[in-house]
Design a protein. Structure first.
Length: 439
């Protein structure tokens, strides 16, 4: 109740303040500033419902009707939509925000106010569709909803510059609402599906399919890993957007002169400090199997890379989208990303043997603490920080990047020559650890 009260108070105060600011800008003929307020509200109405679905915690959809109860999927979806999803208090706090803003501002047009209510319902529908797709692992559905989310943000950003007729905007918003509403019911899975395998041939085929996607299933089903990755990517995107949003007034080089540490956000340093310095802390079951099998360096490295590469792909796509959106992506930045990734990979693999922390089975966000090696994190963060200072000193930058490549080679050779010693150290550390309390 306290969190609901605080959330309501913050948004209502924001709505009143935004309404008065909008009137003030219109009164002073600062149309661009007034449009910025409207644009920020629209983006908030889309982004906030989705964010609240996944942070500070995530709750996947549960079966609300017994599988044996004779109801169709459509009826179950209707019950879920109108009795559970639609009555959530956060939805109506956002509705109250739009209402208060519309009533506070004397200069807002009726059409603009109506469009805000459109964005309110679209944000709600989008959040519900995304959580449905994640819950039931319908990847095409998830790609569709996330792409829809990204395109909607771009539309809000550039719609004031496009001079699209108001009638067409309302037609587009109506179509978006109808499409998301239909998607909720079209893709809804009301009952838990139990797969029954009959016959040796089918069972064997099932095992083959599972083995191909085993790594992805381990990654996806690991709540500790998902939580840490969500925090890492969320921090990265938030800070990048915070600093790169100034590119309309400053060049990328000028931003780096003010905040050179922004470049440590570009390569995958954050996901290493959260996860890959201590990868076996998150995937101890896999490493226990490795210890029993007494793997070679090649096998251990293959296991490590099978977890690392999907996350690197996620990180790289996020970086490309953010830097591409702000139009600062260059070949130099791509080179920096690749070389620091190689350096982090070699150092992170070494760190995974030398430092081990058993991660709690469930993460409590109120006291979350990333358990990783501060020493190895420092060895990754410092070079990325230095690259920010050297970005415009091209010759020195390339010399430094070459030095990082050489360091990566030496670290790799060191791991190769001392693998047996490091593996025994990790094995002894794991089996000598005391059980971690889940409280």
């Amino acid at each position: 109740m306290l969190s609901v009260f605080v959330f309501s108070a913050i948004l209502i105060i924001y709505a009143i303040g935004a309404g008065y600011l909008y009137d003030m800008y219109i009164g002073r003929h600062l149309v661009a500033s007034a449009l910025t307020i409207i644009m920020s509200i629209k983006i908030m109405l889309i982004v906030l419902p989705v964010t609240l679905k996944f942070f500070p915690s995530i709750s996947l959809k549960q079966t609300i009707i017994s599988p044996h109860f004779p109801l169709t999927t459509l009826k179950i979806a209707l019950i879920d939509f109108f009795s559970i999803c639609f009555v959530k208090i956060t939805n109506w706090i956002l509705f109250a925000f739009v209402l208060v803003f519309s009533l506070t501002s004397n200069n807002i047009h009726a059409q603009e106010a109506i469009s805000l209510f459109y964005y309110w319902i679209i944000g709600f529908l989008l959040a519900e569709n995304i959580i449905n797709a994640v819950t039931w692992r319908k990847y095409f559905y998830l790609i569709f909803t996330v792409s829809f989310f990204a395109l909607l943000i771009l539309f809000i950003k550039y719609q004031p510059k496009s001079h699209i007729a108001l009638n067409y905007i309302f037609i587009a918003l109506t179509a978006c609402t109808a499409l998301l509403f239909a998607s909720f019911f079209l893709f809804y899975k009301g009952k838990s599906e139990v797969q029954h395998v009959s016959g040796n041939k089918t069972a064997k085929g099932q095992e083959i399919v599972l083995s191909k996607f085993l790594t992805f299933k381990i990654l996806w089903n690991n709540q500790r890993f998902r939580s840490a990755l969500l925090i890492a990517i969320g921090c990265k995107v938030s800070f990048l957007v915070l600093f790169l949003s100034s590119t309309e007034r400053y060049s990328f080089s000028e931003i780096l002169h003010k905040v050179p540490f922004i470049l440590l956000l570009e390569p995958p340093v954050i996901i290493f400090t959260y996860i890959f310095n201590n990868v076996w802390g998150y995937f101890i079951d896999v490493e226990l199997n490795n210890i029993i099998a007494n793997p070679s360096l090649k096998t251990q490295l293959k296991t490590y890379l099978s977890f690392f590469l999907p996350v690197l792909l996620i990180d790289a796509v996020v970086v490309l989208i953010v830097f591409g959106y702000f139009n600062v992506l260059t070949l130099k930045l791509l080179l920096i990303y690749i070389i620091i990734s190689i350096y982090c990979l070699s150092l992170g693999f070494l760190s995974s043997f030398r430092k081990y922390f058993l991660v709690d089975l469930s993460l409590n966000f109120s006291r979350f603490r990333g358990k990783t090696s501060q020493f190895y994190s420092f060895l990754m963060i410092t070079p990325a920080f230095i690259v920010g200072f050297l970005y415009d000193l091209t010759i020195y930058l390339y010399i430094f990047l070459l030095g990082m490549l050489i360091a990566s080679v030496f670290i790799s050779l060191y791991i190769r020559s001392t693998f047996g010693t490091h593996f025994k150290k990790l094995k002894a550390t794991i089996f000598n650890l005391k059980p971690v309390s889940s409280s």
